[in-house]
Design a protein around this ligand. Structure first.
Ligand code: AMP
Length: 488
């Protein structure tokens, strides 16, 4: 159906069609073909669409059309007509970039706002006219508290990646923000998954919504070739260096389980002569922005990221995604590899799997209903001497997200140096909203992942012989050097 639909046939305004042509898009993606008419008609929308489906243009184009069609009665400084909320800084920046790209021939003004950066330039921008505001929830509430932002003129609200916002503990902030908006408005909710929490949120927010779902939940793109390398944890960085060098990979996004792991891996790759940078919630915003920009423009071949930092990254034609460790939550595997094979291009997703991760692999394969082929690399010769590594932190139990109370806020919504919101005085040394301070922190009533007890030796017996054989490094993976095979 979408093949017969053109952007012109969707009745988008001419300045938008010109910008679309400049971007090189010829036909709308399925989410665009379905969502654009519904949003243009002015109704609420519930959309199940992941990053990579073209969802950003799916909501940006029709809202630009609607806002330009009906100019603001009295344009006022710091009073946006459209509010787009995103879970992370990177996604906010990306969405606002799209607003600028598609709206470049329209006289509408947009602004992006997130934490982790100086608030003053944002306050200055808010003194001018803003039609479209793209924001992460915490910094937005900080502005509301300082009365530098007025939400009473919002005609359209978009929650982008709503599922991740809930995962990150933003529900209370979202509810606070919604309470500040005019009752009469258009609401669009985009989410990759539909949990009960999302359902509750959408039931309260949306009125008679149109419904669009483009990629079935937990399906992986056919454009992505997936493979697994069975390899002991301590050899993974060596194999990754080998894969990058041997195959001359130019742009690789690598996912690690922890922030420290990301740092360590980036350092190791740099030591191996492969320019790399790590992005995660403990990095400054300027370091994250710089690394991402260099990765996008091709000057930095390897970006090592944790799940939350990488969420929503849109990097065109990303050829390689590597899971240095498998995620604890199987759905995150689908999100991760969604970064490749995008917008019609082919990509490869490679997972390095230690025997301890076998259960995670099985969970993922069950979810995506596919057996990921296990491949071996005959050309890889593991080093004969591997320095001892610091002990790794325990994994949360299967299917649980990792929570840490010691990390900085990856969405940049918890800058301790910021003045309090809503004019309230913050107690010294006490975050006003602990979940706000750290979106990875457990939510009220949520079960916290218990640290794993040290493994008892007998636990190994639980694994069947067949599973154990499968879990062990396969001889073909390595050169026939017995000492090396034992990792000595
Ligand atoms: P998104 O899912 O919004 O992150 O978009 C994924 C990628 O698809 C972005 O790089 C867009 O530039 C690209 N894209 C969006 N719409 C189209 C289209 N109609 N044709 C080709 N590429 C598109």
């Amino acid at each position: 159906m979408s093949n017969e639909i053109t952007f012109a046939s969707l009745n988008l305004a001419e300045p938008l069609l010109r910008a679309i042509a400049d971007a090189g898009y010829t036909i709308p993606t399925p989410v665009q073909a379905q969502a654009i008419p519904l949003v243009l008609a002015g109704g609420d929308l519930l959309a199940g669409a992941q990053t990579g489906t073209g969802k950003t243009a799916g909501f940006t184009l029709p809202i630009l059309h609607r806002l330009s069609e009906k100019p603001a009665a009295i344009p006022r400084a710091g009073k946006p007509r459209c509010l787009i909320l995103t879970p992370t800084r990177e996604l906010a920046a990306q969405v606002e970039e799209s607003v600028q790209t598609y709206g470049k021939y329209l006289p509408l003004k947009s602004m992006v706002m997130f934490g982790g950066v100086n608030i003053n330039p944002q306050i200055k921008s808010l003194r001018g006219q803003i039609d479209i505001l793209v924001a992460t929830p915490g910094r937005l509430l900080d502005h509301v508290g300082q009365k530098t932002l007025d939400l009473s003129g919002v005609e359209i609200l978009i929650l982008d990646e709503a599922d991740r916002m809930l995962d990150m503990g933003f529900i209370r902030d979202i509810r606070k923000i919604i309470a500040l908006l005019p009752k009469q408005r258009q609401n669009l909710l985009f989410s990759a998954t539909f949990s009960d929490e999302i359902k509750t949120l959408s039931d309260g927010l949306l009125h008679n919504p149109g419904y669009v779902e483009v990629a079935r939940r937990n399906t992986t793109s056919e454009l992505v070739s997936q493979s697994v390398h069975m390899i002991p944890q301590k050899l993974k960085s060596h194999l990754l260096s080998h894969l990058i060098k041997h195959n001359n990979w130019q742009q690789v996004l690598v996912f690690t389980r922890t922030k420290h792991g990301a740092n360590r891996l980036a350092e190791k790759l740099i030591a191996d002569g492969i320019p790399s940078a790590a992005i995660h919630g403990n990095k400054s915003q300027s370091a994250r922005t710089k690394a991402l920009a260099q990765f996008k423009d091709g000057s930095l071949p390897v970006l090592v990221a944790t799940d939350i930092a990488a969420r929503g990254l849109d990097i065109d034609m990303l050829p390689h995604v590597v899971n240095f460790e498998l995620p604890n939550v199987p759905e995150d595997y689908v999100h991760r590899i969604g970064r490749t094979g995008r917008a019609g291009s082919n990509g490869a997703a490679i997972s390095l799997v230690d025997s301890e991760e076998i259960q995670h692999l099985k969970d993922i394969e069950r979810l995506i209903k596919t057996q990921i082929p296990k491949v071996s690399i005959d050309s890889f010769v593991p080093p004969t001497h591997i320095p001892a590594e610091a002990p790794r932190p325990p994994r949360p139990q299967h299917g649980q997200r990792r929570h840490s109370n010691t990390t900085a806020n990856p969405a940049g919504n918890g800058n301790r140096n910021q003045p309090p919101r809503n004019g309230q005085a913050a107690k010294p040394h006490q975050a006003r909203n602990p979940q706000q301070r750290d979106p990875q922190a457990p939510r009220v009533g949520q079960q916290t992942a218990k640290p794993q007890q040290p493994r008892k030796p007998t636990e190994h017996k639980i694994m069947s012989e067949a599973a154990r054989h499968q879990a062990m490094p396969q001889p073909a993976l390595f050169s026939p050097r017995p000492a090396a095979r034992r990792g000595k």
